[in-house]
Write a protein that binds this ligand. Structure first.
Ligand code: C2O
Ligand code: CU
Ligand code: CU
Length: 511
């Protein structure tokens, strides 16, 4: 492995001129598959706006076969198709209803990641949909324009369900997002990119065995369900809506020539202004919207570079942090004019809880949070409706973790008592927690209260989540008592997990 990695590093250092033009010139890719294909674009879901003002979507979870690698048919799961799902799109102020049908051989759920949503419609592990069953959540969109996503959340098997292909984007618009002159032609210059890693067995199936007790790390990077893709732009500017949909892999994305791009939005919406960057790091579940400009007729490769943030991590190669992948090649139009300057102001973000003391502390260690593993029958926290809280999250070991909270978007108030970098200054619902660092997250729980249905907070490295690195909270009105009772479907602790097989070392620590 080491020597192969060195070889790749050497190849990566070749001047661009050497690789340009040659059909076989993909020196750094670990997914070398020959000719590239046009990037598949998840279709926009045909949501119909009813006379009652409700926008209705239908999602059917189903099995199928997908050509992830060219010429190879791989059994996969998807929504309304064989892999991934359509992009749902709605405006702030609209009410949406999603009719979810499960035609899979297993129970699953659909969670709206990043969405402010009533707890009963959240789609967490208590809202399971049995095989053949249906579920119809409904809620009003009351948050800014953002790139959110949806995925299964069945307790103990989320990693497997996402890995088999279940994931999709949920794009929110608002009155101001369309007035900023940003690329907005979906699938042409406003491009959704669901980036994931996979491994394949010799017969072309998805390999579900865990290479380590850290979780699933693939050796093949796929974008929108396909390897080695290219995309032809109508002009010279692209907006990329990036989602790290991997189980465990942290992605450090940038362009092959190290050019600058503009970060315009993070998980929960636009930043106050564009942030110039050469790299954007995304841990599993995080999103970033970036804008990049190309020269006329230029080919530009998006690449996943070795991951930088590894303070305190022993042997980073164990976590795939040394790997390099080619993600996608963009091709600019031949005749297009340069794009105009981006608006310097994108939105206004009022700082939340600047001086509030820490409300609660969450210590991440040994696949547990505050020493406890996930218990579907235990409510870990109750939060008063309307509360603004500061959550202090500490990664107390040399393993990578991240931290995700349902229902809210938070602001990172500090990292080790220092203000966050500009790239982390906007709305977030998932944050990478570097080993041995302390993160303070400010968030407001506007409700509605629901004494019966909990929300989750957890590590979004899916194997860690499945292993129990998760807790539950209720939002309660003053004086309200919990009425939560676990549903029968909640009794799923004993379902087999990926990695629970002989010799797979499923204990928390292999080090
Ligand atoms: Cu993206 Cu609780 O999940
Ligand atoms: Cu979520
Ligand atoms: Cu973790």
């Amino acid at each position: 492995m080491i020597s192969r990695r060195r070889l790749l590093a050497t190849a990566a250092a070749l001047p661009l001129a050497l690789s340009a033009g040659a059909a076989c010139a993909r020196p750094t890719t670990r997914t070398a598959t020959g000719a590239t294909r046009a990037l598949p674009i998840p279709p926009l879901a045909a949501g119909a706006l009813g006379a009652d003002g409700v926008r209705r979507f239908t999602l059917t979870a189903q099995t199928g076969n997908s050509e992830i690698k060219p010429g190879i048919s791989t059994p996969t799961w998807g929504y309304n198709g064989s892999m991934l799902g359509p992009t749902l799109r709605a405006r702030r102020g609209e009410t949406v209803e999603v009719h979810v049908r499960n035609t899979l051989p297993e129970a699953t759920s659909v969670h709206w990641h990043g969405m402010h949503v009533p707890a009963a419609s959240d789609g967490g592990p208590h809202q399971m949909i049995a095989p053949g069953g249906e579920w119809t959540p409904l809620w009003r969109i009351e948050q800014p324009a953002a790139t959110l996503w949806y995925h299964p959340h069945p307790h103990g098997v989320t990693e497997a369900h996402v890995y088999r292909g279940l994931a999709g984007l949920f794009v929110l618009d608002d009155d101001t997002s369309a007035t900023l002159g940003l690329p907005g032609d979906y699938g042409r210059d406003d491009i959704p990119l669901v980036i994931q890693d996979r491994r394949f067995t010799a017969d072309g199936h998805l390999d579900e065995t865990l290479p380590s007790s850290y979780g699933l790390l693939g050796d093949t990077l796929i974008v929108n369900g396909a390897t080695a893709a290219h995309h032809q732009l109508p002009g010279r500017r692209a907006r990329l809506r990036l989602l790290n949909g991997s189980s465990s892999r942290v992605l450090n994305l940038g362009f092959a020539d190290n050019r600058e791009f503009a970060l315009i939005a993070t998980d929960g919406g636009l930043l106050s202004g564009p942030v110039p960057l050469r790299r954007i790091q995304l841990s599993p579940g995080e999103r970033a919207d970036i804008v990049v400009d190309l020269a006329a007729a230029e080919n530009l490769t998006l690449r996943a570079f070795p991951v930088d943030l590894r303070a305190g991590i022993d042997r980073p190669e164990r976590f795939g942090f040394d790997d390099t992948f080619e993600v996608l090649t963009l091709r600019a139009a031949t005749t297009a004019d340069p794009a105009p300057a981006l608006s310097a102001v994108l939105t206004v973000i009022e700082p939340l809880a600047a001086t509030l003391p820490v409300t609660r502390t969450f210590d991440l260690k040994w696949f547990k949070i505050n020493g406890a593993g996930m218990d579907m029958n235990r409510i870990d926290l109750t939060i008063p409706t309307g509360a603004t809280e500061v959550w202090q999250v500490r990664n107390l070991e040399d393993w990578p973790h991240n931290f995700h909270v349902h229902d809210v978007q938070f602001q990172i108030r500090s990292i080790d008592a220092t203000p966050p970098p500009a790239a982390l200054s906007g709305w977030k619902d998932t944050v990478y927690t570097e080993p041995s660092r302390t993160y303070e997250l400010a968030m407001r729980f506007t409700g509605p209260a629901d004494p019966a249905h909990p929300y989750m907070y957890h590590c979004h490295l899916l194997h860690h989540e499945d292993k129990g690195m998760m807790g539950q909270f209720l939002i309660l009105d003053p004086g309200q008592q919990p009425t939560f009772t676990p549903t029968p479907m909640a009794d799923m602790h004993d379902m087999p997990q990926m990695g629970d097989m002989p010799g797979m070392g499923s204990g928390p620590h292999g080090h």
